[in-house]
Design a protein around this ligand. Structure first.
Ligand code: CUA
Length: 334
């Protein structure tokens, strides 16, 4: 009789465990890992998931068996037997969860420490965040700046984070690591990409009205292609910038409506009206636009407050990019 009960409980438990494992494995819960750090984070997830499935199956099998086996017939109004305490059982259900939670804690601490280590000879990329754009600077390469994050595969990369205004958060889902960028504090994070491809960097800290638009393209390429890209970027500093791309990547559309760019931001003045705003301020449109980018608080469009538009675009954008934006905005059909 007793053995029969254990066999039935075990049978129910195995069925539940199989269903849980199928749900865990057959559905793609996480993006395909693209970094060493994400591989380790996935190890922790799976470790915790297997423990959860084991405990869940055990509890549910005993529960289902008891409901089925010991249910009272409809006419039975009597109370059940009064049972008070069971020291052995209490020790087991205290010690087992304690051991499991400590095991998860130790594994997490090991992974956290490994994921924070940059190893030997890491490459350093500086990250600059501001409402609502990302910019990357590659040291040791003539201050090469880019709106696109390009990384060589299989290289330890340390990101040094800077925020110009509020708290943002750096996250490439397929690479796992996530780090806040806090004004006034230097934060950093390590990523070692394991496969080439294109990804997206998203801001995961609510940082204002344009938060949802604060994204940047990410590309992981071979070591050779990375070297070629750096050379190409340095060479292209003599060419002209693509204004629409600058408008997009500098985050202008997060705050400004501008029909040619398809943006609808309402934090700052509508740029479809920039020529008439310039006329009201008594200035030539091109000069007015340039001044508004470089020194946004000097002349304010009516109804808009000072200090809202970041004042650092003269540093974060190259002269060529500012020229391109001025032409783009002043030549658009009004
Ligand atoms: Cu930056 Cu959200």
């Amino acid at each position: 009789m007793r053995r029969g009960a254990i066999v039935r409980i075990a049978g129910i438990g195995i069925v539940i465990a199989i269903i849980c494992l199928l749900v865990a494995f057959l559905i793609n819960w996480l993006p395909d890992s693209a970094s060493e750090q994400m591989n380790r984070i996935e190890d922790v997830y799976w470790f915790a998931t297997f423990i959860c499935i084991g405990i869940f199956s055990l509890v549910m099998s005993v529960l289902i068996y008891s409901v089925w086996k010991f249910r009272s017939p409809p006419e039975d109004e009597s109370d059940g037997p009064s049972i008070h305490g069971h020291t052995g059982l209490e020790i087991v259900w205290t010690v087992v969860p304690a051991v499991l939670v400590i095991a998860i804690g130790i594994l997490s601490a090991v992974v956290l420490s490994q994921n924070g280590s940059a190893g030997t000879n890491p490459m350093t990329i500086k990250v600059f965040a501001q409402q609502f754009s990302w910019r990357f600077e590659y040291p040791g390469s003539n201050n090469l700046k880019s709106f696109e994050l390009v990384m060589p595969v299989d290289r330890n990369i340390t990101f040094q984070m800077n925020s110009a205004d509020v708290i943002h958060s750096f996250w490439i889902p397929a690479m796992g690591q996530k780090q806040d960028l806090v004004p006034g504090i230097k934060t950093s994070i390590v990523i070692t990409p394991t496969r080439t491809g294109t990804f997206t960097l998203v801001c995961t800290e609510l940082c204002g009205l344009g938060h949802a638009t604060m994204r940047a393209p990410v590309r992981v390429v071979s070591q050779a292609a990375f070297g070629a890209w750096v050379k190409d970027q340095q060479g292209s500093s003599s060419g002209s910038a693509d204004a629409a791309a600058v408008f997009q990547s500098a985050g202008c559309g997060g705050c400004h409506a501008f029909t040619p760019a398809g943006s609808k931001g309402a934090v700052g003045p509508n740029l479809d009206n920039v020529a008439s705003d310039a006329k009201k301020a008594g200035e030539d449109p091109a000069a007015y636009i340039r001044e508004s980018i470089v020194d946004p608080n000097k002349v304010l469009a009516p109804g808009f407050a000072a200090g809202v538009m970041p004042g650092n675009f003269k540093d974060s954008l190259s002269a060529k990019e500012i020229d391109a934006l001025v032409t783009y905005l002043s030549e658009a059909k009004q």
